[in-house]
Design a protein around this ligand. Structure first.
Ligand code: ADP
Ligand code: MG
Length: 698
């Protein structure tokens, strides 16, 4: 490949310096290789042209050929639309545009023959095609050649006549200027084991598939290759690390753990909690360093598990720390854990940005001397002034709020890395966990403590407020507390704040006999803390808030979570917010309030939320709806972005295959030193030169 990466595309027929500049600026394509790896985003099956008579309402994207007979404007206001009658001699069908009306009429003349692509849908009892793609009947490209590739181009490119078709022609020229057989990037054994076609063939057929079957094979090969190298990279480093780094061995389960378990534990552990503790115990006793991701839905009892793991560390003479993403959360953990830890005669401290200097100095001293056994804190724990005597165990709560860099700074506080337990209530789909966290072991708490009633989730339209308020009032009369959450999104912060404040005033008016508090991200920490405290103490009946309460707040007496403008929240955020209720023994409710106008995606989100409480199902659905690039956690990894063709939401099976085969290759040749694996070692180096090694950090 490297030879092709040196050749500038400006030398290709049909390109030249000007277009080469455009390719570079707009798509970052410079070399032959860049162009070769610029895949089409879709294909149209041109092997078949349908007649209008054949069409029914259940067809996929199809091709027609015919003429526009006439245009007509219909409807008014926001229902205004342009329609056209399109006819091919066997019948006619309606075309519809809601946007770009003038452009369409100027561009596509009546009476001229066009090729048209679109998906026919049944509207009332008539078939129409909305926003079809229309092309002049093409004489250059053989329409019967097979599948027509479509390349993404930018506005600027198109204004210089570099549209999809032009790109296709350039790539066609490229193939005439390079050898048909390109150097292979996978060893023969891997190709055979994975049943994939050769790279040359795959690259050819991805651009010019002669049949749907060849296209599938090309896609499979290229997806496999991407995922294979990703896994090979992750697995190789993790295995190296395991060989290199020993962990602190925790030999004993000692008196602190046992006393806590036997005398202080306020309830029986759930089966899932016990299982996870056993998994942790096996890790920390093995002499290897533990890197474990603990997933469990909100309220599943992760905090308690982490406390018991920290006690294992203390039993073996080590210190433990727990890092939370916000002060409120750190404070809350501290208050939960202190009464459980102090009776054991252990010293537990809280260190945050607002810890006073005198106190902070004392804590620093206690950490250096070893007098402090367990420390809870925010990122204040990462500062260089914080020095431990013997840090052996680190718990990170709600990992997605911490950058990779921050985490690594924490564990560098020791010559040997401490064991790390990362806890998250936002379950990460398996495919993502595998990609982002590599060999991070995963534990799951998939069982809620007994006696919990699943939260009932309802959808209400925002013009039915009277009913909503009545329901809230009934709950408060029974002694319960209520959250009302408003979205706060960066771009429109001022507007949102106004919404929130108006909401707050309105709620105070509707519930004059009750106390209402308000919390949002623009408040000073002390002010926020004070308002939050009014709710935690039970003084305030209703809390009007933004998503600052999303993570971790624990008020078991709160039973109603009202989410205003629910259409503006993502699935995982909705699920997190819902997790704030249902923490006590009472039946809880989550009420999603929206306007009547809902997009398809919003409808799906609401449908999922009202149907299930299962965090894993929700995160899978989230991945499907949003795509991996948007998922929390992947932003920091930078990994998911670099996939050109594989899709983590859809290609889970290929990922698993890639991972299995990468594992086998490494079993046989851990350093990729064998002759037949030379191609792997070299390609890895090319691909991951600039990448941070994440597996070393998590
Ligand atoms: P998470 O951190 O997973 O959201 P927590 O650890 O905060 O959950 O636990 C939620 C609540 O459940 C806490 O009040 C905790 O004391 C309680 N809890 C945890 N484990 C159990 C258990 N096995 N039985 C009963 N209650 C439990
Ligand atoms: Mg928690």
């Amino acid at each position: 490949m490297s030879e092709l990466s040196m050749k500038d595309i400006k030398f290709l027929p049909g390109v030249g310096p000007k277009r080469a500049e455009l390719f570079k600026k707009e798509l970052n394509i410079c070399s032959y290789e860049d162009l070769l790896y610029y895949y089409p985003y879709k294909y149209i099956d041109r092997t078949h042209t349908y007649t209008i008579r054949e069409i029914n309402g259940t067809m996929p994207y199809i091709q027609l050929r015919g003429k526009i007979v006439c245009y007509e404007m219909q409807g008014d206001g926001h229902k205004r639309r342009l329609t056209a009658t399109f006819s091919d001699g066997t019948g006619s069908i309606e075309l519809v545009w809601f946007k770009g009306v003038k452009y369409i009429q100027d561009r596509y003349k009546t009476g001229v023959e066009y090729t048209l692509f679109g998906r026919p849908t049944l509207f009332g009892n008539r078939l129409n095609i909305a926003h079809p793609e229309i092309d002049p009947v093409d004489t250059d490209i053989d329409v019967n050649a097979g599948l027509q590739p479509y390349y993404t181009t930018t506005e600027k490119m198109r204004s210089h006549f570099l549209n999809s078709k032009a790109v296709q022609k350039i790539i066609s020229a490229l193939w005439k200027n390079i050898p048909r057989q390109l150097p292979e990037t996978l060893p023969a054994a891997v190709i055979a084991r994975a049943h994939v076609i050769y790279l040359s063939d795959a690259l050819y057929h991805i651009h010019f598939p002669a049949s749907p079957d060849l296209l599938r094979k090309a896609q499979f090969r290229l997806k496999f290759e991407e995922l294979f190298y990703l896994q090979l990279n992750i697995l190789r480093y993790t295995r190296q690390r395991m060989r290199r780094l020993g962990g602190f061995p925790f030999h004993t389960i000692g008196k602190y753990f046992n006393r806590f378990y036997n005398e202080l534990l306020p309830f029986e552990l759930t089966g899932a909690q016990k299982r996870v503790l056993k998994e942790i115990r096996a890790d920390v006793g093995s002499g290897r360093q533990m890197n474990r991701l603990l997933q469990g839905d909100v309220g599943s009892g992760k905090t308690l598990v982490s406390l018991m793991a920290m006690l294992m560390a203390v039993d073996n003479g080590y210190q433990a720390c727990m890092m939370a993403p916000t002060e409120i959360l750190a404070q809350q953990h501290y208050e939960t854990l202190r009464p459980l830890v102090e009776p054991l005669g252990l010293r537990i401290e809280l260190l945050t940005g607002s810890t006073r200097k005198k106190e902070r100095d004392a804590i620093h001293e206690g950490l250096v001397s070893g007098a402090v056994h367990i420390i809870i804190g925010t990122h204040a724990l990462i500062e260089d002034t914080v020095v431990f005597n013997n840090l052996g165990f680190v718990v990170i709560d709600e990992q997605h709020r911490f950058g990779v860099e921050q985490r690594s700074r924490l564990w560098r506080k020791n010559d040997r890395p401490p064991h790390v337990l990362v806890m998250t209530a936002t379950p990460i789909p398996r495919t993502l966990a595998m990609t982002v966290y590599g060999d991070l072991d995963v534990s799951v708490i998939d069982e809620l403590p007994p006696g919990r009633k699943p939260v009932t989730t309802l959808h209400r339209f925002d013009n039915r407020r009277a009913d909503l308020y009545a329901a809230i009032r009934r709950q408060i009369e029974q002694g319960r507390q209520i959250y009302i959450v408003y979205p706060l999104i960066q771009e429109s912060e001022k507007m949102d704040l106004k919404n929130l404040e108006e909401g707050f005033e309105q709620i105070k008016e509707v519930f004059p006999e009750y106390t209402v508090c308000m919390v949002h991200g623009k408040m000073k920490p002390a002010e926020k803390e004070a308002e939050m405290q009014r709710f935690v103490s039970g003084e305030a009946h209703i809390m009007v808030a933004t998503t600052v309460i999303e993570v971790g707040v624990n008020v078991p007496n709160a039973t109603v979570m009202v989410i205003e403008n629910a259409e503006r929240f993502g699935l995982s955020q909705l699920h997190q917010l819902r997790g704030r209720v249902g923490r006590g023994a009472e039946q809880s409710y989550c009420i999603l309030v929206t306007s009547h106008k809902l997009s398809d995606d919003t409808r799906k989100r609401i449908e999922i939320m009202t149907r299930t409480n299962d965090g894993f199902e929700i995160s899978e659905a989230d991945l499907q709806l949003r795509g991996p690039g948007d998922m929390e956690g992947t932003q920091q990894s930078g990994i998911a972005f670099d996939l050109r063709i594989a899709n983590l939401a859809k290609d889970g099976q290929i990922l698993q295959l890639a991972r299995d085969i990468a594992g086998e290759v490494l079993d046989d040749d851990p350093d990729l030193a064998k002759n037949e694996n030379y191609v792997l070692a070299r390609r890895l180096q090319e691909l991951f030169r600039k990448k941070v090694d994440f597996s070393l950090i998590s």
